[in-house]
Design a protein around this ligand. Structure first.
Ligand SMILES: NC(=O)c1ccc[n+]([C@@H]2O[C@H](COP(=O)([O-])OP(=O)(O)OC[C@H]3O[C@@H](n4cnc5c(N)ncnc54)[C@H](OP(=O)(O)O)[C@@H]3O)[C@@H](O)[C@H]2O)c1
Length: 259
């Protein structure tokens, strides 16, 4: 039996690396994508040895607007039909919108939004033609409200949630699964990259393995929105009844930086 191929972006650390391990344990061949190739090669060795699968690595910067098409063309050249696309790569930055570097914000939109859109648009038609496979996007609990002092990050994650819901609706009954994982704070390199390590939000950050497992199981079960943790689920449920002015104020208090 030929094995399925799963492409995981941001597989060099955190949630992406754990998701890659879960797909590998299930017998999928893997394409691991990120910029830090040394880490990808380490993971490739680990997963090939542990599961006897075929693993390829792609050292790609998803901030490059040409990346999605280049990645898709590479899979065509390799004769690989991607069964599952995991759009996990992403990053945040804490600071005031007016003072965070404009090029950093632009890069964030290109990685968190444009690459997710481009890769999904490239790979989805093949999945629909074959009537199988799907896309697991990684958004965040940040997707559900505005986030003062991390405004662009929150907005990018709202986009990921929204586009996931839309594609899910458009493809119902076509044999593909669209899922979107929306974690709260998770213990990965994210907080350091986003300069939010000291935030009280991250004092009770969830374990990365359990978050990835929730996402993996949710996707395999065909669930659209996956929120790890009962308290996070309740928080999102009740936040629907709160005015947006209130949720954005609370969010701003949690991320506030000095003048
Ligand atoms: N940790 C949290 O609290 C949390 C909560 C909710 C949602 N999330 C989301 O979860 C996803 C994974 O984050 P994480 O927590 O696992 O953080 P992480 O440990 O920092 O991992 C981020 C991954 O994204 C990759 N990446 C970043 N920029 C890239 C680029 N330009 N091109 C290619 N790959 C790039 C990184 O690889 P390289 O640096 O090697 O390129 C890395 O593998 C993100 O979308 C994040 O927004 C995280």
């Amino acid at each position: 039996m030929s094995r399925r191929w799963t492409l995981v972006t941001g597989a060099s650390s955190g949630i992406g690396r754990e998701l890659a391990r879960l797909f590998a344990a299930d017998g999928d061949n893997l394409i691991l994508l990120a910029r830090r190739e040394d880490r990808l090669l380490e993971l490739e060795q680990e997963l090939e040895a542990a599961h006897g699968i075929d693993v390829r690595t792609l050292d790609v910067d998803l901030a490059d607007p040409a990346a999605p098409e280049a990645v898709f063309n590479w899979t065509v050249e390799q004769g690989i039909a991607v069964h599952t696309l995991v759009n996990n790569a992403g990053f945040g930055a804490r600071g005031r919108f007016a003072t965070l570097p404009a090029d950093l914000l632009d890069e964030m939109v290109r990685v968190n939004v444009s690459a997710v859109t481009g890769l999904s648009r490239m790979f989805l038609p093949g999945m629909l033609e074959r009537g199988e496979g799907g896309i697991l996007n990684v958004a965040s609990m940040a997707a559900f409200q505005a986030g003062p002092y991390m405004g662009v990050y929150f907005a990018t994650k709202s986009y990921v949630l929204s586009i996931s819901e839309a594609i899910h609706e458009e493809t119902l009954g076509r044999g593909v699964t669209i899922s979107v994982l929306c974690p709260g704070p998770v213990a990965t390199e994210f907080a350091e990259v986003a300069d939010i390590e000291g935030s009280r939000l991250f004092k009770n950050a969830r374990d990365v393995k359990s978050v990835a497992l929730d996402g993996y199981r949710g996707y395999r079960a065909g669930r659209l929105i996956v929120i790890p943790g009962i308290f996070n689920q309740l928080g999102i449920f009740f936040s629907r009844f709160a005015p947006r002015a209130m949720t954005r104020k609370i969010s701003g208090k949690l991320h506030r930086v000095g003048a």
